[in-house]
Design a protein around this ligand. Structure first.
Ligand code: S3P
Length: 187
């Protein structure tokens, strides 16, 4: 378990590639734990009254990334007992990783490339600006490049099929309960 804050004090932070299921799983885990839930894309859409693709088109990606980083720093450092689902690119920013690893329990939804390509990509291909105008080869490279950052986590959940996806929330809630029990036993 990480040093510093206790598991009780940490927010649960879900990271992973676009369309990995962070929002769905995050809502489910929050329900199981009785935590509040926040999804960074939804929060930004609410605050700026635009969809994420509109923000990319009107303000540009650099502006989006700054808003995303500031929001995560505020949410993650400031509040407890929250499940936070991050947009897939947020965790590439060093400051986001630093604050999440310090104040949160970071769980990586580790979706396999094959499952993502077959099951997830068709559902999200039209509304993710980062996927537009890219060949499948380029998307695959991005998928594996990002794994290097996602590998900086406290726990990862492998998802290679629908059953794994359905069980992810239960496994994360169980992981958190175990971590808390281990912590109690050691104090
Ligand atoms: C992005 C992922 C998206 C959203 C934006 C950029 C990315 O969120 O933040 O389109 O760079 O990976 P999801 O991970 O929820 O798809």
């Amino acid at each position: 378990m990480p040093d510093g804050l206790s598991c009780q004090e940490r927010n649960l932070v879900l990271i992973g590639f676009m369309g990995a299921g962070k929002t769905t799983v995050g809502e489910q885990v929050a329900g199981m734990l009785g935590f509040d839930f926040a999804d960074t894309d939804r929060e930004l859409e609410k605050v700026h009254h635009m969809s994420v693709p509109q923000i990319f088109a009107r303000k540009g990606e650099t502006w989006f990334r700054r808003q995303e980083r500031d929001l995560i720093v505020r949410l993650c450092a400031g509040e407890q007992r929250k499940v936070l689902s991050l947009g897939g690119g947020a965790y590439l920013q060093e400051e986001v990783r630093r604050v999440c690893l310090k104040h949160g329990l970071v769980v990586f939804l580790d979706v396999s490339w094959e499952y993502w390509k077959e099951e997830r990509y068709p559902r999200i291909r039209d509304n993710r600006p980062v996927l537009q105008n890219k060949t499948m080869e380029e998307i695959k490279r991005l998928f594996f490049e990002r794994r290097r950052q996602y590998a900086m986590n406290h726990a990862s959940i492998a998802i290679t099929n629908r059953k794994d996806a359905e069980q992810a929330a239960g496994r994360i809630a169980a992981f958190l309960r175990r971590a808390r029990e281990a912590e109690k036993a050691n104090t």
